[in-house]
Design a protein around this ligand. Sequence first.
Ligand code: SAM
Length: 311
Amino acid sequence: MDSTMTHVSVMAAEVLATLPLKPGVTAVDGTLGLAGHAKMIAERIAPGGILVGLDWDSQMLAEAESRLSDVRDVEIKLFQCDYRQLRAKLESACKESGRAPVADAVLLDLGLNNAQIEDPTRGITFKQDGDLDMRMDRSSGEPASALLNRISPGELESALWNFGDERWARKISQVIVERRKSKPLRTTADLVDCVLAAIPAAKRDKRIHPATRTFQAIRILVNGELDELEEAIFDAGLALAVDGVMVILSYHSGEDRAAKHAIKNLVSTGSFESVFKKPLRPQDAEVAANKKARSAIMRAVRRIAEDPKQS
Ligand SMILES: C[S@@+](CC[C@H](N)C(=O)[O-])C[C@H]1O[C@@H](n2cnc3c(N)ncnc32)[C@H](O)[C@@H]1O
């Protein structure tokens, strides 16, 4: 276990109170990260439960495996994959252990964990200089530098606007496209320089670093984080057993919109109900202790009957 990697699990008390956890049940954590939530879940489904855990980042999966190694009397099955494969992995794990391929509890804690953000070799943070990579699964796909050096100004502008809510999207995209003609972008500092050149000092939002929105938008684009997210959440909901609950934690408007629509679509099948009238937000004390929790939005859905019309 690498103890330098840390991440404080967000809204853990609310997640544990909402998921129907008891000994023997089947739980799925689709976004293991450093297994903070997963470990708390595993402890509550022992003895006799099964925990299926997914993460598309091999480093996180290895770390989660090590952190879960002292959990006793729970079957733990981990897979390096996208949570878009949640139902398929649940089925294969349950088949191996002779259980029905349905989940009593599903957690999707979307986005990134702190260890990924703070690792300078990943190029996700603007706070340290490093290769402009940003991929969560570094064995496939295109690093941010390659993407930024080839996409059209229009695509770039719309990513900055749609995934980062960046008001200066057009200007930032113009600066990037102009600069890459003479010197392709290679490092996080190159991207920060473009943002600083694009947004006049007097117009910058003083509450956040000027590059925050750009880095978020490019990371979402590189990893396809919002691609078919609503469909993926809907599909994960179909994995629930009757009385099973899925909790989704989102951290920005694009993710929450997908969660909200997926839950609405599940409810419209007649076999699900929304657990909360309004989404939950973290308590002030949690935000005071962990600034990264401030944007969290929690939604949950419960299956109330078998066989939705669209399965
Ligand atoms: C916010 S962290 C989870 C933290 C975890 N709940 C904890 O308490 O330690 C989100 C994790 O989901 C993973 N992830 C993000 N998108 C994913 C996807 N589409 N498929 C699989 N894993 C994904 C990331 O690699 C990251 O490790």
